[in-house]
Write a new protein. Structure first.
Length: 344
């Protein structure tokens, strides 16, 4: 254990993905981090609140490997691709789990990217009629490709928002630019208004597709060749446009993703979910205080959460038939409850 702690202390304080392995070299767990050293060391800190399955895993860890990324966004994508490839035992990706999210690339004249939960994906894929309720807000006729699974729908929505600023695409299911706010601010290139050719539009889509597949370096090389060609042909405006995209790719500003991850860490300090990975569940909280429980099926079994709950929310929970078990009263006028979800 001392040896692995020394390795962790030598990790870079950079974003990326960490990979825990056992003595046989088998991959036990894959995770993403804003700061690899800080995140990996949290598993071995004395007094750390560790979930039971992860606690059992820690004793088996004999080695750690990392892959640094240029941004948190790339760490998110790399984590998903590696988990999908290796399917580690201790990652909470069960075959029956329906709480993960996917990014879908639609198959239409001007394709778009849509983030949705696995439950919605299953319903759309199994629906014979495109007018089913489950597909009414997405309006997806055909799927060209699905990327994922990802552990956080919110993070991937932020990720797509970042990418859309670099490579604009039409994100609305409506096939027109009327009253399109994104068109007005430059996030939608206006394909249905004739503001961009289909060829150039598909280049933007392909660029995002390459990033989601973990091929950012290949994309930059392709863009550099295009930039050089435009410059050689004296099309300096187009060359400058591509130069700006290359710069944006090399300096992705994912402050929103970092802020969201820090917010989740503060919540993580107050919440314990026994038997499951915390990142799987959707819990709205404000300053580490539970403010809302999302009413959806998360996973089979019983989930137990211990979290501070303001007393004035007790009646609201009673009305919604959310079972609460009082554990203890605290001095700061909050009641500490175990919130139990019985999933049938």
């Amino acid at each position: 254990m001392q040896n692995i702690k020394e390795k962790v202390n030598q990790l870079p304080a950079k974003p990326g993905v960490y990979i825990f392995k056992d003595e046989t070299g088998q991959i036990l767990y894959i995770g993403k981090a804003t700061n690899l050293r800080s995140r990996a060391s949290s598993y071995f800190s004395s007094g750390a609140k560790i979930m039971r399955p992860i606690e059992a895993m820690i004793g088996r860890i004999t080695d750690i490997a990392v892959q640094k990324t240029d941004s948190v966004l790339e760490a998110l994508i790399l984590e998903s691709n590696l988990i999908k490839k290796y399917q580690p035992k201790y990652n909470a990706i069960g075959k029956d789990d329906k709480s993960f999210s996917y990014i879908l690339l639609t198959k239409e004249e001007f394709p778009r990217f849509v983030v949705l939960r696995e439950t919605d994906l299953d319903r759309i894929q199994n629906s014979k009629s495109k007018i089913k309720n489950c597909n009414s807000k997405f309006k997806i006729d055909k799927i060209a490709k699905a990327f994922g699974p990802y552990t956080s729908k919110k993070q991937m929505e932020i990720a797509l928002n970042i990418l859309q600023k670099i490579f604009p695409y039409h994100s609305s299911p409506q096939k027109n630019e009327k009253n399109c706010f994104n068109f007005q601010i430059g996030k939608c290139p206006g394909p249905y208004a004739g503001a961009i050719s289909r060829e150039d539009y598909l280049k933007n889509i392909h660029s995002i597709k390459m990033i989601l597949e973990g091929r950012k370096k290949g994309l930059i090389k392709r863009l550099e060749k295009e930039m050089q060609k435009y410059a050689k042909d004296h099309e300096f405006e187009k060359a400058a446009e591509i130069r700006n995209k290359i710069f944006a790719l090399k300096h992705i500003q994912d402050v929103a993703l970092i802020s969201l991850e820090n917010e989740q860490k503060s919540i993580e300090n107050k919440i314990r979910i026994y038997g499951f990975d915390l990142s799987v569940y959707s819990i709205d909280a404000n300053e580490n205080i539970l403010t809302k429980i999302l009413n959806e099926k998360l996973a089979d079994g019983v989930i137990v959460i211990t979290i501070p709950v303001p007393p004035d929310l007790i009646k609201e929970y009673d009305k919604k038939n959310i079972p609460l078990v009082l554990i203890e009263e605290t001095a700061n006028n909050f009641a500490n409850f175990a919130v139990i979800f019985f999933i049938l």
